[in-house]
Design a protein around this ligand. Sequence first.
Ligand code: GRF
Length: 220
Amino acid sequence: MTEQAVRTVIMVSGSGTNLQAIIDAAVPEIDIVAVVSDNPGAYGLQRAQDAGIAGVTVDYKSYENRADFDQALLETIQQIDPELIVLAGFMRILDDALVNAYTGRMLNIHPSLLPDYPGLNTYQRALDAGESHHGTTVHFVIPELDAGPAVLQYRVAITPDDTAETLAARVQQGEYQIYPLAIARVASGQLQMRDGVVLCNDEPMVQPDVIDESNASPAA
Ligand code: GRF
C-alpha cells in the first residue's frame, strides 16, 4: 500500500468497542473514511458520529432477499472506494464478490486462536473443551469463514474460575491492543497476503506473532 494514510472503511453491526479502540489508537497509517453497518441501531454508528467519521447504513432488513442486500453493500463500498476494509464485529457473512474484490485488503478479528474454534460461542466452547488457553486472531479475510491466514494473535491463560464472560472480557482487552497494531502493519505494507500466505517484509511468515497476556503492556 501507499505511504500516505490508507483509505479505510470499518464495518460494524453492534457495540463497536473494537472500532472505538481503533479510533482511539489514532493509527497514523490509516484514514477512516467511513463506518458501514448493516444495522441502523448499531452503537458503532454513534461512536463514528462522535468521532466525526461518516456513518453509512445498509439496513439488512430493508432488502427483500440476501442477494439484493449483498448487491447494495457491494455498491456502497465501491462508491466509498476504500483501500482497506476492517471488519470489527460485522455479523453478516459477506458475499464472495465483496470478499474477492478486496483480497489481501480486508481484515477481521475473530475471538479464538485460529485455526481453533471458527464460528460462534468460542469462549464457552473453549471452556467446555478444557483448553488451557484462548485468545483472539486478526486475519485476512477469504471466502471461507474464519479461515483466512492469521496476521496477529493475542493469547490468554484460562483460569479455573473463568466463565465465558470473564474470559471474553480479558480476550477483548487484547483485541483492543492487537487490532490497531495489525492494521498498522498491513496498512504500511509490512504485512501482505499473497497467494493465501502472509508475507512479512516480503518473506513468508510461518507463524503469526502472538502477544501473550502475561507480557502485554497494561497501558497499551
Ligand atoms: C469482537 O469481540 C470480535 O472478536 C468479534 O465481534 C466482537 C465485536 O465486538 N468479531 P465490538 O462490536 O467491537 O464491541
